[in-house]
Design a protein around this ligand. Structure first.
Ligand SMILES: [Zn+2]
Length: 269
């Protein structure tokens, strides 16, 4: 597998996405927004995703370990390196997870929350693996955020109310699952396998990139893969930024930030 990737922060704050690749693995993590609220961790979200990503690359290096088991043990390992932090805080640093691994003749995938893995089939068809449970909870609070333009105090306050409410249902059976400190989350991933021979290429990405198709609707998956083929991950992220620049305050496309952190790993054989 040949993996190339890029990850670009969406604003002045540190990038809270993380990406890693090897000849057998592509991993993308998207750290959840804290909206400026406390997390109980003195290290912060960029630290969390960097350590979770590094441990995932290690636990998944053994092809006999399933992706879900590897994620569970990576979560335990990261929790063990900062026991001095309040890991029971409902706002503890957390991330979405998207993994693609080549193992013998198959590709295993794992998705937890809304960072998708997208396959381009040999006949040019596209299959999107994503977990949108987060979009199904708290619809009123989400709608309230979307009523405000970004960079307004109304937007900031509505986003804080949403994040506080999300923290109450995060990693509970009534809510949605993300990778935080509880290894139980690994039991709630979407996982599966496809044959390498059925796939021409694949892209593992944060929602900062997939929104080009799902939210902005200015591109199809076919466009996304042709941009990746011709201009690579950096070219695709540049397209996202160019699109967002036409709507800097979220009037046309209401959103949580003017530009979200954007990450994509492009995998070919
Ligand atoms: Zn910490």
């Amino acid at each position: 597998m040949r993996v190339c990737f890029d990850s670009v922060g969406g604003g002045a704050n540190p990038n809270e996405d993380w990406v890693g690749g090897s000849p057998a693995l592509a991993v993308v993590l998207d750290g959840l927004s804290t909206a400026g609220l406390s997390t109980g961790c003195r290290h912060g979200v960029p630290w969390f995703v960097a350590h979770l990503g590094g441990h995932l690359m290690a636990t998944l290096a053994d092809p006999s370990v399933t992706l879900a088991d590897g994620l569970a043990s990576a979560l335990e390992r990261v929790a063990a390196i900062h026991p001095e932090c309040d890991l029971a805080n409902p706002g503890t640093p957390s991330a979405t997870v998207a993994v693609l691994r080549q193992r013998y003749g198959v590709l295993d995938y794992l998705v937890l929350a809304d960072s998708p893995v997208v396959f381009e089939g040999t006949s040019g068809d596209h299959t999107v693996i994503t977990d949108l449970r987060v979009d199904e909870v708290l619809p009123e609070l989400r709608a309230e955020v979307e009523r405000h333009e970004t960079h307004t105090s109304g937007h900031r306050e509505a986003l804080q109310r949403l994040v506080l409410a999300q923290r109450q249902v995060r990693n509970t059976p009534e809510g949605y699952w993300v990778a935080g400190t509880n290894p139980e989350a690994a039991r709630h991933c979407i996982t599966g396998s496809v044959k390498i021979g059925d796939v021409r290429s694949a892209a593992v990405m944060s929602d900062g990139v997939s929104r080009l198709v799902t939210e902005y609707r200015t591109a199809t998956w076919e466009h996304v893969f042709s941009t990746l083929r011709d201009y690579g991950p950096s070219g695709l992220i540049a397209t996202v930024r160019k699109t967002e620049a036409t709507d800097p305050t979220g009037k046309r496309w209401p959103r949580y930030k003017s530009g979200d952190d954007a990450t994509v790993a492009y995998c070919r054989w």
